[in-house]
Design a binder for this molecule. Structure first.
Ligand code: ADP
Ligand code: MG
Length: 457
């Protein structure tokens, strides 16, 4: 009652009483992580509770259950000291309860983010743009404790709504269901505010023990990781896990090289595993996803029927991402339920009009800009990044920086960094310079248009 349900079920629900001897209460928990957490946060409270009930108690000792088994076997402790059923449990060699890793409470106890039960491999549709990412994710999910780690970290990146979270949660569900090892899914935010702060209050030893309990760490939306000290913790965690042969899976909206807030060492560590990009969902894939979604919706709404030509129409026109596909279907479903009208092509056209995107803007990478600009002006990419200030390099460099600012979402400092470690004021100067010039210089304006088109096609 003092700590509330959440805290209680996270930390105390699996605590067992083992023995009471000479004023010493011996309690057991299933993991070292729980043990060290309770020791550092609740030891005094637990003792106070015992003393309130039983004044003779002077000491509370916490142990990890598998360790109990060992000591019982070794010393053949006097059975009459055992409390409750635990004596019998060890006597029949059962070794105490083990943590069920598929159990969501374990996931939460470790600070994991909530999982959506719909985001599994079963509901993930595989197509050209995500075959590799899917295969890698499957492989990671199926790996067993002690298997050699094939690629570490597995780093998946794509634009928004293309299935990263779906795939990461699928890995988590599948990995935990197999029961072989614990898979912990964290959004970068959770990592920053939950996991890291939990670890910070621990000793270095407790930190290592907490990590030892995790078979695979899955981090979603890494681009949101911010702050110097968080990064240090992230780096520390990443290194500790990878060095210990634990799998790390990461998703982000950009490749490692574009994670502006991370330092070079972390970036190269991230790039050192397998980096897979998921492309936009092709029309065929969109069609398959829609079909699967309709089938799923029919479990709850048996009368909901979407003729194939309507699905074809949505797959063709709603091109943006998985979330818009879901949105489009939800509207059809809502319309169908609320008005009782059957779903027709005309209705679909009316309902999804604002979700139609004529052309998907391509994600332009800074490397591509540098490559294309260098080719166009007949200089090398390293010229663009160099500190050379001759006119034949200065202009192309400014054009490239200008394009980087207008065609990507990268910040000025990030662009500066990617252009040989320049200051953001240099980038700003270049952007202003080119903006000023294209107003008057028709030839330059045209050159830039052509470059833009090359980059966006
Ligand atoms: P991201 O994390 O990349 O922004 P999500 O994983 O949240 O994208 O996907 C957005 C929506 O699209 C989710 O509802 C997801 O289930 C769906 N989706 C994306 N790709 C697929 C796929 N290949 N198969 C089935 N559903 C998908
Ligand atoms: Mg996501």
């Amino acid at each position: 009652m003092e700590v509330g349900d959440d805290v209680y079920s996270s930390w105390f629900a699996r605590m067992d009483l083992e023995t009471i001897e000479d004023g010493a209460v011996r309690l057991s928990v299933p993991t070292r992580f729980l043990k060290s957490w309770i020791q550092s946060h609740y030891a005094e409270r637990v003792l106070a509770c015992w003393q309130a009930q039983e004044a003779k108690v002077t000491r509370v000792e916490l142990i990890v259950r598998s360790a109990v088994l060992k000591s019982v076997v070794l010393s053949k402790a006097k059975p009459d000291l055992a409390v409750g059923e635990s004596g019998g449990r060890y006597a029949n060699g059962n070794g105490g309860r083990t943590l069920s890793v598929g159990d969501p409470s374990v996931h939460e106890a470790l600070g994991g983010s909530p999982l959506d039960p719909r985001l599994t491999f079963d509901t993930f549709v595989v197509g050209r743009s995500n075959t590799l990412a899917h295969a890698a994710a499957k492989q990671v999910a199926a790996a067993k404790r002690g298997d050699p780690v094939m690629f570490n970290p597995l780093y998946i990146h794509s634009g928004v709504g293309l299935g990263k979270t779906h795939l990461l949660q699928a890995v988590t569900w599948a990995g935990n269901a197999a029961g072989e090892r614990k898979v912990l899914y964290l959004t970068a935010e959770k990592f920053m505010y939950g996991f890291v702060s939990a670890l910070r209050t621990q000793t270095a030893l407790a930190f290592k023990e907490a990590l030892r309990g995790i078979g695979a760490l899955v981090i979603d939306d890494l681009q949101f990781l911010q702050g110097k000290s968080t990064q240090a913790e992230f780096c520390h965690t990443l290194n500790a896990l990878i060095d210990a042969g634990r799998q790390v899976v990461i998703a982000s909206d950009r490749p490692p090289s574009d994670l502006e807030s991370l330092d070079d060492r972390v970036r190269s560590r991230l790039a050192g595993g397998l980096v897979v990009e998921m492309g936009p969902l092709g029309e065929e894939l969109r069609f398959e996803i829609l079909k699967a979604r309709v089938m799923a919706a029919r479990a709850h709404h048996p009368t909901f029927d979407v003729p194939l030509p309507v699905l074809g129409y949505i797959a063709k026109t709603v091109t943006h991402n998985g979330r818009d596909l879901e949105g489009a279907l939800n509207r059809l479903l809502a319309h169908n339920k609320l008005t009782g009208h059957a779903v027709t092509l005309e209705m679909a056209e009316r309902e999804v009009r604002d979700l139609i995107r004529p052309q998907e803007p391509k994600r332009v990478k800074i490397e591509d800009i540098q490559r294309v600009v260098a080719r166009q002006y007949n200089v090398s990419r390293s010229d663009l990044l160099s500190s050379r200030r001759t006119a034949n390099v200065v202009r192309p460099r400014q054009v490239a920086m200008y394009l980087a600012k207008t065609l990507t979402l990268r910040s000025l400092p990030e662009i500066g960094r990617r252009f040989g470690g320049r200051d953001h004021t240099t980038v700003l100067h270049a952007v202003r310079k080119i903006e000023g010039l294209v107003g008057n210089d028709m030839a330059l304006a045209e050159e830039i248009e052509i470059l833009k088109r090359q980059l966006q096609e």
